[in-house]
Each structure stands twice: as structure tokens, then as C-alpha cells.
Design a binder for this molecule. Structure first.
Ligand SMILES: Cc1cc2nc3c(=O)[nH]c(=O)nc-3n(C[C@H](O)[C@H](O)[C@H](O)COP(=O)(O)OP(=O)(O)OC[C@H]3O[C@@H](n4cnc5c(N)ncnc54)[C@H](O)[C@@H]3O)c2cc1C
Ligand code: SF4
Length: 331
């Protein structure tokens, strides 16, 4: 293990100033991902800035919606009464992730920035463009069962595993941040993560030293509460990352779908929203045929790399099932 310095920031301004001043620094929240990566020699920060105790822990009503503090734990967030009532899909998704012990430590901000579970990224002797730019991608012709079928590049096919971010994308959630010059930014979750293209090591739009302070759920998304469902398909029923997940959220009026959100998780380097597939649902009554056509559209252009070919038919079946449950149809 490489030596590093540790500091506990007293305020957000101190955290962002230190991060922009100190080269190769990282914020530390629950540490459930970062400490693991340090122990495995995957990342070697020279400076850890502990932000876990900063005053962004509350979950409160905001602008008619709900503001989730970045340092609130995943457990506390999932158990929040207002979240469960107004945005149940987010609570469902969080509770299907990790284990109770991990969710007690994991923060909402850290969850957005968790790293891929690509086995080669996690194993330093292997070439990996994300960990070591230019070294190559071991996964394209290797062990890629968990990896992406959409949004990949010749440089990287890693998948992004956050259940919470997949559900937040379906709810049009917005990430709030603070920069070192004191300014603030609002970034929709759907625009937060980048595709690998030629630079797989650039994973989000965050700037140097930019701190996530909150995640906002908009008032308008409350109307999905009645007809939403988070489906997680995995090897084990608990304590396993998704092979495929589907966040399906609908608004139904007089038996017809009037609004739709469809987001896939663990099949792409970011939560994968398909607007064309969503539009196919509008004005329609739920039916098995419709859901199958939507699933075909959502997987258009999907490409497997051998071990993960099975994800394409699995995702299609998952979409049909999630839409069937969300629409409460007997289709
Ligand atoms: C065994 C295991 C199983 C898991 N299973 C699942 C699963 O099934 N589904 C799932 O979705 N997740 C799963 N997880 C991931 C878990 O949810 C994440 O590890 C956790 O959410 C990360 O939060 P943290 O606070 O511990 O982040 P940390 O580990 O502290 O930090 C993670 C990253 O975020 C950065 N960071 C943290 N806070 C901020 C902030 N406020 N602003 C800017 N940057 C910040 C850190 O610098 C670091 O790069 C699993 C984890 C483990 C270890
Ligand atoms: S898929 Fe991405 S993370 Fe995995 S080995 Fe290839 S470059 Fe690295």
C-alpha cells in the first residue's frame, strides 16, 4: 500500500480548496469503494480529504420535491418516509444494492462515483485503459460477463453498476455540486457520466476538486409513484451486482400510458436511458406486444463481446417484465 496523507475538512469550502490545491487528492466519504481500491493498489491518492461528516446529511423537502444530502447514508435515504411515498423506485433500487452493513456506510454522493467492477480494472497486473491510459483493454477478448453491451468503445467496455443512479435517472434527478471558487452547479444525473470513447479514464463531467453536495428529485416526478418498478436481475438474490437492471416508470390515465421513463443499469458505462423506446409507449394501452417492441428498440445497436452476449436477450426480457409490473397489467 502506498503512503498518503489524511485530512478532515471542517467545511465544504476547505474541502474543495484543498482538493484543487493538492495534486492527486480524493474525497473520502463512506470509503466502501475508495478504501477497497486503495487496498488493491488500483488507485494511489497522495491526499485523502474526509468529507463524510460535512453538513450535507439531511433529506428534506425542496422546491416541491426532495433533496437528498450527498453525505446521507444509503440506508437512511432508502428508509426516508417521503422518498418511499413519492419516489419509491429510488428506495427499492438502493435496498437491492450491496448489503445492510455497506448501505449504512455508503453515502449518496459516493454511490454516484462508484467504479466499475470490471475484473481487470480491479487487478493491477492486467492492462486496462481506464486504470492506465494507453495500456490496452483486457476485457474485450477476456472475462467480460458483467460488462457493457451498449455505449462501449474500442478502448473500454466497462459497465457502471450503481442501482441508485439508474433509478435516479428515471426520476430526472439532478446532482448539485460546489466548486473550489465557491460557485455551484446543477447536473442532471442523465448527463453526469461520460461514455468511454477514446478517454475511458474520464468518467464524469466533474471538475477538479468539485464536491457533490446533494441530489434533487423534482416535484414533477412524483407522478410516477403509482406505476414504477426497479427490476434487478443478478446471479444471487442478495449481495450481488446486477447483470441487468431496469427502472421503469409510467404515468397512466384511463388505461393509457401518458408518460414513460425507461432506464437500463449495468449494461452500459452509464445509466442507459432510451427516449425513442419511451416515446413508443405514449398514448398506448399496456400489452405484451407493445412491451416486446419497446424492448427491441431499447436494445437496438447492442453488441456483446462473448461472455456477455446473454445480456441482450436478458435485458429485453427484463424490460418486458418491468413494464408489465409497473403498468400493473395482466399482459
Ligand atoms: C461488496 C460490495 C457490494 C456492493 N454492491 C452494490 C450493488 O449491488 N449495487 C450498487 O449500486 N452498489 C453496490 N456497492 C457499491 C456501494 O454502493 C458503493 O461502494 C458506495 O455507494 C460508495 O459510497 P461511499 O460513500 O462509500 O464512497 P467512497 O468509497 O467514500 O467514495 C467513492 C468515490 O466517490 C468520491 N466521492 C465520495 N463522496 C463524494 C462527494 N460528496 N463529492 C465528490 N466525490 C465524492 C470519492 O473520492 C471516491 O472516488 C457495493 C459495494 C461493495 C463493497
Ligand atoms: S473494459 Fe475498461 S475497465 Fe475493463 S479492462 Fe477494458 S479498459 Fe479497463
Amino acid at each position: 500500500m502506498y503512503p498518503f496523507q489524511y485530512t478532515k475538512a471542517k467545511e465544504a469550502s476547505e474541502a474543495t480548496a484543498t482538493a484543487s490545491r493538492q495534486e492527486n487528492s480524493k474525497f473520502l466519504a463512506g470509503g466502501t469503494n475508495l478504501v477497497d481500491l486503495i487496498r488493491r493498489d488500483v488507485v494511489h491518492p497522495d491526499y485523502l480529504i474526509d468529507v463524510s461528516h460535512l453538513d450535507f446529511k439531511t433529506i428534506k423537502a425542496y422546491n416541491g420535491g426532495l433533496r437528498l444530502g450527498a453525505m446521507a447514508s444509503n440506508s437512511e435515504t432508502a428508509a426516508n418516509k417521503e422518498l418511499k411515498e413519492a419516489y419509491p423506485i429510488v428506495s427499492q433500487a438502493i435496498l437491492l444494492g450491496a448489503s445492510a452493513q455497506l448501505r449504512n456506510k455508503a453515502s449518496n454522493g459516493g454511490n454516484m462515483l462508484q467504479k466499475t467492477r470490471c475484473p481487470y480494472f480491479m487487478s493491477p497486473p492486467f492492462p486496462c485503459n481506464k486504470r492506465e491510459p494507453g495500456s490496452g483493454c483486457s476485457a474485450i477478448n477476456g472475462e467480460n460477463r458483467l460488462l457493457s453491451i451498449l455505449g462501449t468503445s474500442e478502448k473500454c467496455i466497462a459497465s457502471y453498476p450503481s442501482d441508485m443512479a439508474t433509478a435516479l435517472t428515471a426520476m430526472d434527478a439532478v446532482i448539485q455540486t460546489r466548486l473550489s471558487d465557491g460557485s455551484e452547479r446543477s447536473i442532471p444525473v442523465v448527463d453526469f457520466h461520460l461514455l468511454p470513447e477514446d478517454t475511458p479514464w474520464k468518467e464524469t463531467v466533474l471538475k477538479e476538486g468539485e464536491l457533490i453536495t446533494a441530489i434533487d428529485l423534482p416535484e414533477e416526478s412524483k407522478e410516477f409513484a403509482e406505476n414504477s418498478y426497479y427490476l434487478k436481475i443478478r446471479d444471487r438474490h442478495s449481495f450481488a451486482f446486477a447483470l441487468v437492471s431496469v427502472a421503469a416508470a409510467l404515468v397512466m390515465e384511463s388505461g393509457k400510458i401518458t408518460k414513460a421513463r425507461l432506464v437500463l443499469g449495468s449494461v452500459a458505462p452509464k445509466p442507459w436511458r432510451n427516449r425513442e423506446a419511451e416515446e413508443m409507449l405514449l398514448g398506448q394501452a399496456p400489452s405484451e406486444n407493445l412491451f416486446m417492441e419497446v424492448a427491441e428498440k431499447a436494445l437496438e445497436g447492442a453488441k456483446g463481446f462473448g461472455e456477455n452476449d446473454f445480456k441482450i436477450p436478458l435485458a429485453k426480457k427484463g424490460i418486458v417484465r418491468a413494464l408489465r409490473i409497473a403498468s400493473k397489467s395482466e399482459a
